[in-house]
Design a protein. Structure first.
Length: 254
């Protein structure tokens, strides 16, 4: 069994055929899928889908950095109401300066609060990061005392960045469809990162792996990502399946 550690099945782009997409994933050997939260606008859809598939779908809760604005604290205040809904992580949270830095300070404040929340709830964090590594490391350094664990979602960076993240907590990396792209720089990092720190994800409906690049992604394509990781590691696909599934089960306690 494979575990997709990051898939937006409830996303409006995928929701019209979410049930069929879940069935296709299971047929492809993806037996469990974890859904990240974005903000309160999509949360009800997330939980409706999760509640319909116990033991298959698992939810996170958190405020996505791209959803942070001047009213971010109001969004954070809504999260504790979902604490007892079977959540397996706080996410996806983080920093994203790619589309602009108007709410840069608010993003950093929201991240700190949610890291503290995860520590209080004894849950891992699922971190989204774009164009903000140094600010992330500064915050993680300040929060080192929290004993954080989690994963760096959609990891496309270097082995050195992975090593730095490990200084601040028990962090794994989420490897997705980008690793299958021609000349993907993350391939070299994947070769070096220990297998016990690698998770598989699709980030569906985004970033579909080759040969589906440019089209809608879905969890059924996770074995294509696993096959590429196996090639880079020089091991059989079954070893990647077993190891990454064990990693996900341990981190998210599923």
């Amino acid at each position: 069994m494979f575990i997709d550690t990051h898939t937006h099945l409830y996303d409006e782009w995928l929701l019209p055929d979410a049930e069929e997409a879940i069935a296709r994933a299971k047929e492809a050997g993806v037996g469990k899928m974890i859904q990240p939260d974005v903000d309160s606008r999509e949360r009800d859809a997330l939980f409706r889908l999760n509640d319909a598939h116990p033991g298959v779908l698992y939810p996170m809760i958190g405020l996505y950095p791209g959803s942070v604005d001047a009213r971010w604290q109001e969004e954070i205040d809504l999260l504790p109401a979902y604490r007892d809904r079977g959540i397996v992580a706080v996410g996806e949270i983080g920093l994203d300066y790619h589309e602009g830095i108007e709410f840069k300070q608010q993003q950093k404040e929201a991240l700190r609060v949610q890291l503290e929340m995860a520590a209080e709830w004894d849950l891992p964090v699922n971190i989204h990061l774009r164009d903000a590594w140094e600010d992330l490391f500064s915050i993680l350094s300040d929060c080192r005392h929290l004993g954080l664990r989690g994963n760096l979602h959609c990891f496309t960076s270097s082995y050195e960045i992975y090593r730095r993240a490990r200084q601040y907590g028990d962090f794994s990396v989420g490897i997705g469809g980008v690793v299958t792209f021609k000349n993907a720089s993350v391939a070299e990092a994947v070769r070096k990162i220990p297998m016990e720190h690698i998770l598989l994800e699709t980030d569906a409906p985004y970033l579909a792996p080759v040969p589906h690049r440019g089209h809608r992604n879905e969890s059924a394509y996770l074995p294509l990502i696993a096959a590429k990781v196996a090639q880079l590691k020089g091991v059989f696909l079954e070893e990647i399946e077993e190891t990454t599934t064990r990693n996900a089960q341990k981190l998210f306690r599923i």
